[in-house]
Structure formats: structure tokens, C-alpha cells
Write a protein that binds this ligand. Structure first.
Ligand code: AMP
Ligand code: MG
Length: 349
């Protein structure tokens, strides 16, 4: 009886300390540029810091797997083989491509991983505002001037695209001539998936890591409080429209028309294209935030839901059991039921 009582006291003390019975986890923070975007990390661990390993994971994912620009990457090899028949896909990438094909189908092509030629035509990465932050370009330094492509050029580029032209079977993929894969919409979410697996392997206690618009919360804080994830106010991007309060492992991705855009003659041209016409999507939405248990899914859904708009996007998110928060062009907020219990608007108790 006495021994049992002692164990109970010890357990209670440990639980109150919120740190388990070992030494308290130390906190590490790091901010870097990877995958062309800003990576912020806060990690709590009783072992050595893993922040450098996390950066290396993102770099390797981009260089060895995702980049269509880097000859020899897994995606570049698939694109290289377009028109030559089926090629085998490494298992991890194949699992990701199966998820992406499913989102492409269920979103009716609003998410389309073959949209690359149209994205490149718009040269969004050369002129868009977000480039400055991501690549440390000094204020005052000029970006390339935006040139809006001609309708005929867009139609030509669009003709080579279409997820339904891709065939995937038994771990192999085949693309018709001129067709290519571009995972620009989901690279950051995939990075969060890979990072979560690594944190688990390294027995990290807790972390919140953002890779551009995709965020991973993992484990717990030493003080036991919830992770607070800010949602940018799309009408005033220096501020937050609210926060998500989360415990444990979650993936959050936001797609917004304020991330990469240029304004020409009063019209905003942003980086999320409607595959139906090849122009920046005009769905009445400023931003979409998706919360779910998978990084790749949250990232694919945020892009798809942006293109679909509030009504159709809401249905798609619910179809996947994901929570969604839309902010429309008037600044009105629309949320799934589950999101309502997680989101707190700035200035409201
Ligand atoms: P995100 O910010 O996650 O919504 O991703 C946007 C990026 O995905 C763009 O910069 C393009 O590279 C690519 N993209 C744009 N529109 C689409 C689309 N409809 N489907 C798939 N990828 C897209
Ligand atoms: Mg996305």
C-alpha cells in the first residue's frame, strides 16, 4: 500500500511538472530559407537540437525528389520520360502521387499537378512580391516587370496539361508527350510530413515548424499549454486575423492571394491558377486554411479549395474529414464546424 502511494505521488509530481520524469526538455529556435521560402522552427527536446537536420531534410526533399528544375531529381526523371511509356516511381513519392491524383479527381481538376507549363508561362516566381522575403532581396531592389501572357499563349500551354492524361498503375507512371508534373503546390506540406516522421524517430517532445504556408505542430510544450498558430489577415498581411489553438500533431496549410502577386492596372494577378482557364483563380476567396492529419493533403486541399471557392471548397474539405477556414474578398470568415472550436478571432474572447 505504502509503495503504491509513493509511486502515485511521484507520478503526480511528474505530471504536474508536465515534463515526464527525465530532465526538462530544452527549447531551440531557428529561422532559415529553404525550398524558396522561410522556415521557422521551435523545437523542444531532451536530446541535441534537430533544427539543422530538419533543414537538411527539406533541402534533400527538394533536390532529390521534388524539383522539376534539378536534372536527376525523381520528378525530373518522370518528366524526362514523358511520351516514352511507363516509368517506375520510388515508393514514398508514389504514395504521395496517389493522394494527389485523388485530390485532382475529387476536386474536378481544381487541383492539378500538371499545371506547371501554365505556371511557368506566368513567370510568377520572377515578379511576385513574396519572392523578396523568400530570397532575401533587399528593399528597393527591383524584381522583373510583370508581363501578362497573351490568351493564345495560355491556351497553348493549357493544352499540354490535364491530370486525367496521367496514368498511374502498380507503382509506375506514364505521361504523354509535353506533359509534366509540378508539385509546387504541395512541396511544403510534403516537407512537413517528412519532418514529423523524423521528429518521432528522434523522440522530440514538441515542435512547431512552418515551411512557408504549411505548418506542423508536433507533441507538446514543456509547460503543457496548447500550440498557437496564427492566421494571417489577408487584408492586412502584417497582422493576424486570429489563431488556432492546437494540441498534438496537426498539419495546417494556407493558400492566399497575398502570398505571391502583382497588381497591373488595378487587377491582382496571383500565383494560384484556375486550371479551367489558365488565369489566376477568381473564386471570391482571399485565403483558405486547411487543418488535417496529413501535410500533403492539407497543402493540396488549400490550393484546391482556393480555386473552388467557399461553397464547393467546403464540401471538398469535408469529404476528406479536414477542417477549413475561408476568408472571402469582403473579409468574411467561413468555417467548418470543427474549426469553430479551434479558431479564435483576434480581439474576441
Ligand atoms: P499554394 O500556395 O500551396 O496554394 O501553391 C501554389 C503553387 O502551386 C503555385 O505557385 C504554383 O506553382 C502551383 N499551382 C498554382 N495553381 C495550381 C493548381 N490549380 N493546382 C496545382 N498547383 C497549382
Ligand atoms: Mg497548397
Amino acid at each position: 500500500m505504502k509503495t503504491k502511494y509513493r509511486f502515485l505521488c511521484l507520478f503526480l509530481l511528474c505530471a504536474l511538472a508536465g515534463t515526464g520524469c527525465g530532465s526538462r526538455a530544452a527549447g531551440y529556435t531557428a529561422t532559415d530559407i529553404a525550398m524558396g521560402t522561410v522556415v521557422n522552427q521551435t523545437v523542444y527536446t531532451r536530446k541535441e537540437s534537430v533544427t539543422e537536420d530538419v533543414e537538411a531534410i527539406i533541402d534533400a526533399l527538394e533536390q532529390d525528389t521534388l524539383s522539376w528544375r534539378i536534372a536527376g531529381s525523381e520528378i525530373a526523371q518522370i518528366n524526362e520520360a514523358a511520351g516514352t511509356g511507363a516509368v517506375e516511381v520510388p515508393q514514398e513519392l508514389n504514395e504521395d502521387l496517389i493522394i494527389l491524383m485523388d485530390v485532382a479527381e475529387k476536386s474536378g481538376g481544381a487541383f492539378d499537378f500538371t499545371i506547371g507549363p501554365v505556371v511557368r508561362l506566368w513567370k510568377i516566381d520572377e515578379w511576385a512580391s513574396g519572392k523578396k522575403e523568400a530570397e532575401n532581396i533587399a528593399d528597393g531592389e527591383e524584381l522583373a516587370e510583370a508581363v501578362i501572357p497573351a490568351k493564345e499563349e495560355i491556351e497553348l500551354a493549357l493544352a499540354a496539361t490535364g491530370y486525367e492524361k496521367v496514368s498511374m498503375e502498380n507503382g509506375s507512371i506514364s505521361l504523354p508527350p509535353q506533359c509534366s508534373l509540378d508539385l509546387g503546390a504541395v512541396g511544403k506540406g510534403i516537407a512537413c510530413d517528412r519532418i514529423a516522421a523524423y521528429l518521432e524517430k528522434e523522440e522530440v517532445q514538441g515542435a512547431v515548424i512552418s515551411v512557408g504556408g504549411s505548418i506542423l505542430t508536433y507533441g507538446s510544450k514543456p509547460d503543457g499549454s496548447a500550440w498557437q498558430v496564427g492566421i494571417v489577415d489577408p487584408q492586412d498581411t502584417a497582422g493576424l486575423i486570429g489563431t488556432l489553438s492546437l494540441t498534438g500533431q496537426w498539419f495546417i496549410s494556407t493558400s492566399g492571394d497575398y502570398e505571391r502577386y502583382v497588381e497591373v492596372e488595378g487587377r491582382r494577378y496571383h500565383h494560384i491558377l484556375d486550371p479551367a482557364n489558365g488565369y489566376p483563380a477568381e473564386s471570391g476567396v482571399h485565403s483558405v486554411t486547411i487543418l488535417c492529419k496529413s501535410g500533403i493533403l492539407s497543402d493540396a486541399l488549400s490550393t484546391a479549395c482556393f480555386v473552388l471557392g467557399v461553397e464547393e471548397g467546403m464540401k471538398l474539405a469535408q469529404n476528406y474529414g479536414a477542417e477549413a477556414l475561408f476568408i472571402d474578398e469582403q473579409g468574411e470568415i467561413f468555417m467548418t464546424e470543427g474549426m469553430k472550436g479551434i479558431f479564435k478571432e483576434t480581439g474576441r474572447d
